[in-house]
Ligand binder design. Structure first.
Ligand SMILES: *Cc1c(COP(=O)(O)O)cnc(C)c1O
Length: 232
């Protein structure tokens, strides 16, 4: 199947999931996760209508952004090292993976130098998997949100999680519920300068369940671009 058709199929599934959940489809943004994939593949999906693409490596963002259309919204969804912050913050619309004060401070510092405001999500390891990045408990999410609120060049827009890999999407439902609850808790704290509008959760295996539980951004790679080959 053509990649454009895959994208359209995923969009239809999103629409159906929104309908089931009584949500408006305009509440959900599909991020086409193009990591490891060539520019020609991205162009196909772009032609089908996608304007939001996700990458997990700074190097790939730096290579791809100059040769692709300017109206693409690039999302940094992977673990971000502090020494790469400077290169990427003015190339992306949203950094999904902020999980430490150290990283937040570096983004603030570099954003101040460029005189820009950087939109971020706090990454939460809701399933508490050892192998994953992300804040481990609710207390540390509250604390980091409060610290980020004091940084004038950072804008927390919400939360992100990577749920466990599974063949049974329903088994991730509790984790999506937890992330939603946590965002409501944070909203209730009424911290100045913090928004909880974005919930980035759900990937190829479980995005429909994530939408039913309140996702506003889903990150779909394999379901659009096919399997990734890390060997090349
Ligand atoms: C690779 C990746 C995705 C997409 O995963 P698929 O299972 O291929 O849809 C989503 N989010 C993050 C953070 C990723 O690294």
């Amino acid at each position: 199947m053509m990649l454009g058709d895959n994208y359209i199929k995923v969009m239809e599934n999103i629409k159906a999931a929104c309908k089931r959940a009584g949500r408006d489809e305009s509440e959900v943004t599909l991020i086409s996760v193009s990591k490891t994939k060539p520019v020609s593949d991205i162009e196909e999906v772009y032609k089908a209508g996608s304007r939001d693409f996700g990458e997990n490596k700074v190097q790939e963002i730096l290579e791809k952004t100059p040769v692709l259309p300017d109206d693409i919204n690039w999302h940094m969804i992977g673990h971000l090292q502090t020494n790469k912050v400077k290169q990427v913050i003015d190339k992306t619309v949203l950094i999904h993976s902020v999980d430490s004060l150290h990283l937040a401070k570096e983004i603030e510092k570099q954003a101040a130098k460029k005189d820009i405001i950087v939109n971020i999500l706090l990454e939460v390891n809701v399933a508490k998997e050892d192998s994953k990045f992300g804040l481990y408990d609710n207390e540390s999410v509250y604390e980091l949100a409060e610290e980020c609120a004091k940084m004038p060049h950072l804008k927390v827009q919400g939360l992100m999680t990577i749920a466990p890999y599974t063949d049974n999407p329903d088994s991730n439902r509790p984790y999506f519920k937890k992330l939603k609850e946590l965002s409501v808790d944070i909203m209730r704290k009424n911290i100045d300068n913090i928004s909880m509008d974005v919930l980035s959760m759900g990937m190829t295996g479980d995005y429909e369940v994530a939408i039913e539980e309140g996702a506003t951004m889903v990150r779909v790679g394999t379901g659009i671009f096919g399997e990734r080959n890390y060997a090349i």
